[in-house]
Design a protein. Structure first.
Length: 254
């Protein structure tokens, strides 16, 4: 449970009324606990998305945040476990928009190459020769297949947790993640993982709500307010900003 000091008012951001699943509570679904840099602690009260959830609760005049863990595969199909919204490093796509509603992105991230130690690569040709593990539900998998084009058929798993298991076990060399996520994992497990490189481009990460949710516009307004007043920039600097510029760039064909 994440604390969020706020008055239990009836009106939220932009003068609209937020309709929570539980009175005075913002219920948030996420898939990966813990997720270094995003959800940390036991219970997970710190990290970028943990603190973003608390800031959203304040914007929406709700008293607290409650967290529910739902598998990533379920979340991307619109199954949020009864939560008001999901914060789980989600990228909006046309396919996902068929089963859920997305807010404006709260973060843009380049693709980051996470490898198991002591794997090395210096360019796209050496990236191509690595043993990759990809997720069947990740929007980054097409980048691996179309831009890196591995010479060894990648291992396909359901989600990030299983991909990391393949890296830890030595069955795979590399996995593509949003750069801040990869940096957090490399920092959390330095004996196993290292941040190898970033690729050009980037994708937006957004909050997701149940399809047709009456709360979509008010949550969107709350995120824009947190962007405008610098709150999100402060959270990025605190939890995700370190070393982003120092990660080597490897160019691939777009």
């Amino acid at each position: 449970m994440l604390g969020a000091s706020a008055c239990a008012a009836e009106e939220g951001a932009a003068g609209s009324s937020f309709e929570p699943a539980k009175p005075n509570v913002l219920t948030v679904a996420t898939a990966f606990l813990s997720a270094p840099g995003f959800w940390e602690g036991d219970p997970p009260t710190s990290g970028f998305e943990a603190e973003l959830a608390s800031e959203l609760a304040r914007e929406l005049d709700l008293e607290r945040v409650e967290l529910v863990q739902v598998s990533f595969a379920k979340i991307v199909h619109g199954e949020l476990g009864g939560a008001d919204l999901a914060l789980s490093q989600l990228t909006p796509t046309k396919e996902r928009e068929k089963s859920m509603d997305f807010t404006t992105p709260y973060l843009t991230a380049a693709p980051g190459v996470l490898v198991r130690r002591p794997v090395e690569a210096i360019d796209v040709l050496t990236l191509r020769g690595l043993r990759w593990v990809v997720s069947s539900v990740s929007t980054l998998t097409p980048i691996v297949m179309d831009r890196i084009r591995p010479t060894i058929t990648p291992i396909v798993v359901e989600d990030r947790s299983r991909a990391l298991d393949e890296l830890r076990a030595g069955r795979a060399d590399a996995h593509l993640l949003d750069l801040p996520v990869a940096l957090g994992l490399a920092h959390a497990e330095p004996a196993r993982f290292r941040m190898l490189a970033q690729l050009s481009g980037g994708e937006g990460l957004a909050a997701a709500l149940p399809n047709g949710s009456p709360n979509r516009d008010i949550v969107d307004s709350a995120i824009r307010s947190l962007q405008a007043d610098g709150t999100i920039d402060r959270l990025v600097s605190r939890w995700l900003g370190e070393s982003l510029e120092d990660v080597p760039l490897i160019l691939t064909e777009d």
